[in-house]
Each structure stands twice: as C-alpha cells, then as structure tokens.
Design a protein around this ligand. Structure first.
Ligand code: ADP
Length: 363
C-alpha cells in the first residue's frame, strides 16, 4: 500500500524482500532480496537509496544503530524505533516521562519472578505477560489466570528474553491515533478511531470514535507529546486502552498501521502518502476526513477462500486484496465502507468481508 502511493509522489521505491513471493514486489521499482535484520543486505540497500524506512518491527536495533554511525539515514531513527520494538524500554521510559500506563514490572531473569508473588490478590486478577520483543497481533501476549500459571508462563517467556508484566485492565474499548511528524518537526494528527479486537488481532476499525470530547483532546495532546518525546519522523500509531480512569498507552507502531488503512480513501492524505512525505523530507499533507463515517474490516483467511468478486459486489465497499497466497489465519486484505453512520457501515463492511472469506467473528 505504501508502494502504490510512492508512484503518485514520484518516489523511486526499492524494496528489500525476503523472497520473490513478497507481495510488495508488484509495486516496487527495484527489488533486492534479503532479510530486514541482515546487516549486509541493509547496507547494500542503503547504497542504492537516500533513506531507509520499515513497515514492520522485526528489526535488529544494534544493526540499525551501527548503520546510522556509518552514515545511513533511517527514518524513523533506530533510537525512535526502540520504543516500538522493545515494550520494556517503552514502558520504562514512558513511566519516567509521566505518561499514563497500566501498572507494570519488567522481568529480566528468574530472580525477578518474585514480583509475581501475590499479584492476583494485589490487583484482583492474573497479570498480562508480554514478550518485550518480537510479538505482534497478540502473539507473545499471555493471560494467565492465577499466580502459579503466571510464574510458569513467565519462566517460559524469559527463556527467550525480557518480559513485561502488566496489570490486567478492564477495558471499555481500545482506540488508536495516527500522528505524522516531518523531518522539520511539523505534525499532523488523524482522528481517533475505535479498534475492535478478536483473539488479540484487530478485526475492525471504526471512525468516528465515540468518546467524550475531553478524551479526544487528551489523546491529541498525548499523541503529540509522544511523537515529540521519541523524536518521531514518519507515521506512528499510538494504541490506547479506554478505562474508567481515562486513556492509558498500550503500544506504538512507528509505521503505517492497520488502524489507518481507512485513510487510503477516507482522508485528504492517506497514512501511506504522509509516511512517505515525512521520511523523504517533504511537507505533510492534510489528514482531514472526507466522509462522516468509515468502517474497515480485516480479511483473515477462512478455511477456504470466498469470492473476491462477491466481496466487490457489495455496494459502497472498497476492497483491497494484498495478492498474498491464501492461508487460513493469514491477513489477506481489507474492506472499507464509507458513509454517514457507523452502524450501517459496520453491516456493509462485514457483508463484504464474509463474502471474501474471513474467519474472524463480527464483534
Ligand atoms: P501486540 O503487540 O501483539 O499487538 P498488545 O500489547 O497490543 O500486543 O496486546 C494485544 C491485546 O491484548 C490488546 O489489544 C488488548 O486487547 C489485550 N491487552 C494487552 N495488554 C493488556 C492489559 N494490560 N490489560 C488488558 N488487556 C490487555
């Protein structure tokens, strides 16, 4: 999706792909093969380009920092990316900055397991355990029911790295905000959206987000403060928990994000165009919504494929097929409906997603 926008912006796009099957290849001007955490592949890529940017978090921060010292331009920088790649770093730095977070502790080795003693009676429920690095779409996030299970699962997670333990919050809803920041520090904000999760994965995104104006204003200010604090360049999604105590930060993604796919047709400038504008040093485009309401539904492969044509025949829906091979459980595309009322658009978008063949359940 970023590749499609690069052509409208006259940006020459070189994609570092892991294989010839990679769907980004279809929109690339040039392709190089290699892994995103392979220093020599990244070095070779940097020799063909002015700036490197990533569309996922599975990177090696030490490799990136070394490339920067050799003069390679990364946007966002490795020090900004650390906040999205390493959940323990994000939690510790943000706590020190006074940003609103769930209660948490960081476990680095078996000695730290002591923090789990009596957790359930202290907080009223088992904790949430998170691998500090490498998790996505709910993988690496565990919900033990009591202290015994928490200790055992935390021990297993510790075998592969640092673990973040969090208070299990009662969530009224989950919302997300995209902010984009230019090289010169100018910022634009997209409106807050509601994200609906199914099995730890985002199933649906709804705009507008029905929260009191005071929480919209709070999110706007906090998203800006976060972007400033981490020295962001490019697009960032801030995922928030909505609780009785207000908004708490969940996690960050320093790249175009699933919660912003509706901006492709739904806003004056899409998240993909604005990310490219930002990382190539251009002025940002306006984030103004073009419709009163939008609903996006992800298509996650069901056991067998549905019909893309049938999905497209649902009136008023825009269907995006990522061109990936069908595999049950894999994110294969998304559909978006635009109009006046979220409730109606929710029905239309799910009708199309079901025809396409999604296995997620409507929330
Ligand atoms: P990922 O990096 O895999 O997206 P997240 O940290 O966003 O993982 O967690 C996935 C989901 O788990 C969240 O969207 C939320 O529904 C739930 N979750 C995560 N942390 C907590 C928490 N502290 N309290 C309650 N639910 C949580």
């Amino acid at each position: 999706m970023m590749g499609e926008e690069s052509h409208h912006l006259n940006i020459e796009l070189v994609v570092l792909a892991t294989s010839n099957e990679d769907c980004a290849i279809s929109v690339a001007d040039h392709v190089m093969l290699g892994a995103a955490n392979d220093e020599s592949a990244l070095w070779a890529l940097s020799q063909e380009t002015d700036v490197l940017t990533f569309d996922h978090e599975l990177v090696d921060l030490d490799v990136l920092a070394r490339l920067e010292t050799q003069g390679v331009t990364l946007r966002p920088s490795s020090s900004s990316l650390r906040y999205s790649v390493d959940k323990s770093y994000q939690r510790e730095r943000f706590a020190a900055a006074g940003f609103p977070l769930p209660g948490f502790a960081v476990l680095r080795d078996a000695n730290d397991l002591a923090v789990l003693e009596g957790w359930t009676s202290r907080f009223g429920s088992g904790p949430v355990l998170k691998a500090a690095r490498g998790g996505y779409d709910g993988r690496g996030v565990l919900f033990p029911k009591d202290d015994d299970e928490a200790r055992n699962l935390a021990r297993e997670l510790l075998a592969s790295g640092t673990v973040v333990v969090e208070e299990r919050m009662l969530l009224q809803s989950e919302v997300s905000q995209l902010v984009v920041r230019s090289v010169r520090g100018e910022m634009e904000l997209y409106p807050l959206v509601t994200t609906v999760q199914s099995d730890g994965m985002c199933a649906e995104v709804r705009f507008p987000c029905e929260l009191p104006p005071s929480l919209h204003a709070f999110a706007d200010e906090l998203s800006r403060d976060i972007a400033e604090a981490i020295g962001l360049v490019g697009v960032m999604a801030v995922e928030y928990f909505v609780t009785t105590g207000g908004l708490l930060i969940n996690e960050l993604a320093l790249r175009p994000h699933n919660s912003g796919h509706w901006t492709i047709e739904g806003c004056a400038t899409s998240q993909f165009a604005n990310h490219l504008r930002a990382v190539t040093g251009q002025d940002l485009g306006a984030c103004t919504p073009l419709y009163p309401a939008a609903v996006m539904v992800n298509v996650v492969g069901a056991q067998s494929p549905g019909s893309l044509d049938a999905a497209r025949r649902v009136p008023g829906v825009r269907v995006h097929d990522y061109g990936k091979a069908w595999r049950p459980g894999r994110k294969l595309g998304h559909v978006t409906a635009f109009g006046d009322h979220v409730d109606e658009l929710h029905v239309t978008a799910w009708q199309s997603a079901r025809a396409y063949g999604t296995n997620t359940q409507e929330a």
